[in-house]
Design a protein around this ligand. Sequence first.
Ligand code: GDP
Ligand code: ZN
Length: 447
Amino acid sequence: MSAATDTIAAIASAPGAAGVGVLRVSGPRVPAIAQALLGRAPRPRHAHFASFHDAQGEPIDHGLLLHFPAPASYTGEHVLELQGHGSPVLLDALLRRICELGARLARPGEFTERAFLNGKLDLAQAEAVADLIAARSQAGARAALRSMDGVFSRRVDALLQSLITLRVHIEAAIDFPEEEIDFLADPAIAQQLESLRTQLAELLREAQRGLRLNDGLRVAIVGRPNAGKSSLLNALAGSDRAIVTAIAGTTRDVLRESVALDGIALELADTAGLRDTDDEVEREGVRRAHGELARADAALLVTDADHAEADLALFDALPAGAARVVLVNKIDLAHAAPHAETRDGIHWLWASAKTGAGLAALRDHLKQLAGAGSGEGAFSARRRHVLALETVREHLARTAHALATIRAGELAAEELRQAQHALGEITGAYTSDDLLGAIFGSFCIGK
Ligand code: GDP
Ligand code: ZN
């Protein structure tokens, strides 16, 4: 990939007044720009205190100037960082001055895109930079930091190496048709493939956990009208009122809350009461609730002792891997004590949204589902990574079938080639401009 020839600049700190504001510049014109601003060549990686002037020599601001020469910088290019007073007016004037000196305004994510194109980080690491900035929980931030440091990428690369080794073996066999059959029947090949599939399954599980740490566990709260869904949502959100954020696009029928429970993110959706109905408006609500269930990581069924068994049918709309939790609510009316048990893969809790009895156990269970205690090595992942790993799993299954059942070396090699491609898309070994545009376009300016 060719080096960029132009120089980009942006305000890297958040908009609005602040104590300090940061400007970032990257590209070949940085040494000249730094020299012009400082009046002499800056020392590499040294904080110079300087006065910044406009083209007429009028002072704009004074602050710090740091030069990180290529290639030992964030982008791999010459990078200049200016720290001034955090006034939007001053920062704009300074940015204008830098553009006069030969830079242009950076697009969102363009610094990180250059870092990727210059091999400073791979695509999954670049995505983790954005996820770190956007993290809504401490566990999510820690996981994103690990992905940015390459924990996830190294796992992907290791798998990629094993995959390539196996593919080379099989392709070598194809080149010697008289030995191909024997070779493909070799148990060592089957063993290699099995081990690959085991590794992949483990990585997929961890990536799914990483996705939940990143995006938050998506919990659909369902149940018939008046079961206590809204009360429960308020009780869960209320315990962390300060970090509850309203989510844009809230519909009349699905109310969403983003909640962090002890540093673990949850996306709660309170759906309209689910029941079969002839009413046009209610039917729409039910349709949306079903849609909510179909994309949930977990369903929380709010019900009572009389209706619990009948209401279990609501779980039918859930995807296979989703967690199922039943909350038997209003135990205060029955003067019952809170307790919990797991039956047939469904976690049952008896509680009261009104008195709060049993809700601590519910919070603990949700935190567990969301990846709490997922360990020191947990990394963040995105939905596209999980989808890519699922694609790899499909191709490996077909590889196994080709080898075991029909002994078709060509077919197996082709499946492995496609698996390799899907895996390579995670770290950016194979990319399209569309993919890069979508990924970096969603970054903030100045990153
Ligand atoms: P939704 O229609 O499922 O959202 O139900 P709401 O949260 O609006 O609650 C329906 C009614 O049940 C309200 O009057 C609540 O105050 C009441 N309610 C909810 N949870 C409890 C509970 O645990 N105990 C008692 N006694 N009443 C509850
Ligand atoms: Zn409600």
